[in-house]
Design a protein around this ligand. Structure first.
Ligand code: BEZ
Length: 219
């Protein structure tokens, strides 16, 4: 299947949305963008997912990230469905645009189709792809779930925090990392360089191999 993955540039497509026409690269300017597809309007898992994304919108905005949802239904359908989404997740307002792509042309180009999911007429349905895109239009993180598995939006927020942390320092985030947890120093950084880079200090874990590659610090 043609498609985009980690490190690729998202094509500069013009898309029809609930907020009018958008050129993707214009939308991606000046920050991070989370693009995410879902199989269809008026379906149960999707209704819960889009509500949770709306509930988290303020948290994403605090981090300089915008949202853009994708689906294969039309704008009229999306606008009707938004009322259900907002009713299911009280207090949420869907203020992010939802792309309409009834012909699946955009979704196919973005690798957002689930080969195993079909509607009642046998048409392909979108998958649950989610890409975090940088202001350089490149994909920094990708999750691809089938139509039948809802995503964990706490994980999306955590992953965005991790991406933003490692974009500022020569570090990586270890398993189950959360903001304020220690990070690990990148293996390419020597101990001498690490002393300069991290004047706050770092802790090297003693390991049976005797190798000093697991070094924790706070940034
Ligand atoms: C859902 O959103 O619940 C759903 C949509 C398509 C296939 C399976 C589940």
């Amino acid at each position: 299947m043609p498609g985009i993955t980690l490190g690729d540039t998202v094509p500069n497509l013009e898309v029809e949305t609930t907020h009018g026409k958008i050129k993707l690269h214009d939308y991606f300017k000046n920050g991070w963008t989370i693009i995410f597809s879902h199989p269809a309007d008026f379906t149960p898992v999707c209704t819960t997912e889009l509500g949770k994304m709306a509930a988290f919108q303020l948290e994403f905005e605090k981090r300089g990230a915008k949202l853009l949802a994708f689906s294969c239904d039309n704008v009229q359908s999306h606008n009707k469905w938004i009322k259900d989404i907002e009713a299911y997740t009280p207090g949420c307002k869907v203020t992010y645009p939802i792309v309409a792509d009834p012909k699946r042309e955009i979704l196919k180009q973005l690798n957002m189709v689930d080969p195993d999911a079909k509607d009642s007429s046998g048409n392909e349905l979108p998958n649950r792809a989610l890409h975090i895109v940088g202001s350089d239009n490149k994909i920094k993180l990708s999750l691809v779930y089938p139509a039948t598995t809802g995503r964990n939006m706490d994980e999306v927020l955590r992953a965005l925090d991790a991406l933003q942390k490692v974009s500022k320092y020569k570090v990586a985030t270890p398993v189950n990392w959360k903001p304020d947890d220690p990070v690990v120093i990148s293996p390419a950084v020597t101990n001498e360089e690490a002393k300069e880079m991290f004047p706050q200090g770092f802790e090297t874990k003693k390991l049976p191999s005797g190798l000093e590659y697991l070094r924790f610090t706070h940034v």
